[in-house]
Design a binder for this molecule. Sequence first.
Ligand code: ATP
Length: 369
Amino acid sequence: MPVPRLEIRNLVRLFDGRRVVDEVSLRIMPGQVTCLLGPSGCGKSTTLRMIAGVEMQDSGEIWVDGKLVCDTVFRVPPERRQIGLMFQDFALFPHLSVAGNVAYGLKGSKDEKRARVAELLERVDLLRFIDGYPHQLSGGEQQRVALARALAPRPRIMLMDEPFSGLDNRLRDGIRDETLSLLKEEDTAVLLVTHEPDEAMRMADEIALMRDGRIVQQGAPYNVYTRPVDRAAVAFFSDANVLRAQVNGALAQTPFGQFLAPGVPDRTDVDIVFRPQHVKIDFDRNGQGPLPTPTDGVPARAQVVRARFMGHESLVEFRVDYDGSILKATVPNVFLPAAGTVMWLTVRRDRCFVFPATSGKAAAFGEGR
Ligand SMILES: Nc1ncnc2c1ncn2[C@@H]1O[C@H](COP(=O)(O)OP(=O)(O)OP(=O)(O)O)[C@@H](O)[C@H]1O
């Protein structure tokens, strides 16, 4: 079996008796980008700091290329771990030139260093600034110099903590893509920390979804998005509609007909969760909606509460007659029906998830953004 570039096993970190990192395990292969994704305070940065060696774990192990780097007894110091760091506030040294910054962690002769510096600055398209100083560069250019500096010593692993959050949106996409291709070329294993699902979807080969110190789901972005483990995992990536229903005879009754809830005991509440893009809208035809179909189920009559244009799509909120629940639907382009308009909704049944009912937790996890 191939040896992971980075492997962490059951990392635990306690602050004031609280497990802020709780049995976190990960394996990252060379050239692979893994995103540790989760809301603020879930323990992402603490995990990263332990791997970097600037913080000690209370238990667990860190392995690099099959060799133990740190457990609770043995510890390779941070500077000998061959790990590159790139943080949002990881500023360049203002008194050093661009070349001086990139050469900072390099060993070897003056000529060797100069060659490596030039190679990397060329790669990030900043060779013309080799003798310039950080204050002469834009934020995006400084970020690219920081990337060149982090990559110059050929780290085996790159740890990145929200490295692009200081950049404006237009710059960010370009720099993300450049960074990604450079890291892939160098065959670096990357652990990127972010609280932004879009960033994780864009960058990651694998997403590790973290909550309250634990990894709750791990896999390729497509799998994490389309097969969420729970209601909060759906809501973290997008708006989520939730219908609460009680189970009887393994069936949950909703405005859209019955949903299977196999193995759920009678009189237990479940949440039927689906994304706004999986709600279909139809016009009212003399009090009638579309006919039921096996894929879309039974249509539910609803009234428009409000509609907003979001740029590439419109977001329409409905109140469903059946039980008064509020549902959101997205429609491509401009669709802005007046409040009070009667319409009929159906849902893509294959895109609905049935989970045990949860209380307020999901809202705290980003639902309703
Ligand atoms: N040195 C410390 N002493 C006490 N508590 C700490 C310390 N460092 C972090 N914490 C707590 O540990 C938890 C996890 O913090 P951490 O910075 O790892 O979260 P995060 O997921 O990276 O959040 P963010 O995205 O906001 O940076 C937080 O509740 C934080 O308050």
